[in-house]
Every structure is written in structure tokens, then in C-alpha cells.
Ligand binder design. Structure first.
Ligand SMILES: [Zn+2]
Length: 129
């Protein structure tokens, strides 16, 4: 977890900067929406969550491996996070929002980031039309 905390640029900031540079305008951490999405794109009716792999329990991801000590404690904690995330996504979808989740491991190198961001633009613009 020290890796997560020690990160210089928060992943959600990286995503925001990218979207802004592409001309997208958004709101951040809007509390009126379930789960307080990292990014809300009103024009595209899209909510984006940028998830840390550990805290949000990214499935079959190396970065989401549970610590060897206090494993049960972490397991329960992360499982609760997963359930809460799922509920938030469902609530948003029920209200007609498109939901995109970006995992930290998808954007933690320059190369992966470029690929993910290219896909992201497609996802936003396709579902927005
Ligand atoms: Zn991951």
C-alpha cells in the first residue's frame, strides 16, 4: 500500500487532465451522485470512477493481492468496498447514467495510459450519441 500512497500524481488527476486537454468539461466528486464519481460528464451523461486496484478489489489483478498478514481483515474490508461500488454503479445506471471504471493498473505506464485513454474517448463519445 505504500506504493499507492507514495504515488506522485493521483490517477484521477491524470484522467482529468487528459479529458480537459481533449476539450471535455466535467464536474468532480459531485456528492449528489451515488458513490461520488471522480468525474461527471454531463454532456455525455457519463460518470467515471478511477479506482485504485487494491482498495476496490480489482479482479485478478496483481496490484489487488491481499496482504499476508491480517488477511481476513483486509478481505472483508475490500469485499465491502466491492459491494458498495457495485451498488453505486447500479444506482447510477438506474438513473440513466453511463458508468466507466478506469483501473489504476490500466494507466500506470505511459504506454498503457495512451491505449486506455484512446479507448476512453471512444467509450464516452459512443455512448453519448
Ligand atoms: Zn488492477
Amino acid at each position: 500500500m505504500s506504493k499507492i500512497r507514495g504515488q506522485k500524481t493521483k490517477p484521477e488527476l491524470v484522467v482529468r487532465k487528459f479529458l480537459f486537454s481533449k476539450g471535455f468539461r466535467y464536474r468532480i466528486n459531485d456528492e449528489r451522485y451515488p458513490g461520488k464519481p471522480d468525474i461527471i460528464l454531463h454532456k455525455y451523461h457519463t460518470a467515471i470512477f478511477v479506482h485504485g486496484c487494491f482498495w476496490h478489489g480489482h479482479e485478478s489483478c496483481k496490484a489487488a493481492a491481499l496482504p499476508k498478514t491480517n488477511t481476513d481483515f483486509w478481505k472483508e474490508k475490500i469485499e465491502n468496498n466491492i459491494l458498495r461500488d457495485r451498488k453505486d454503479v447500479e444506482l447510477l445506471k438506474n438513473k440513466g447514467w453511463n458508468v466507466i471504471i478506469i483501473w489504476n493498473c490500466e494507466i500506470n505506464t505511459q504506454k498503457k495510459r495512451e491505449e486506455r485513454f484512446a479507448r476512453l474517448v471512444e467509450e464516452i463519445t459512443q455512448i453519448g450519441t
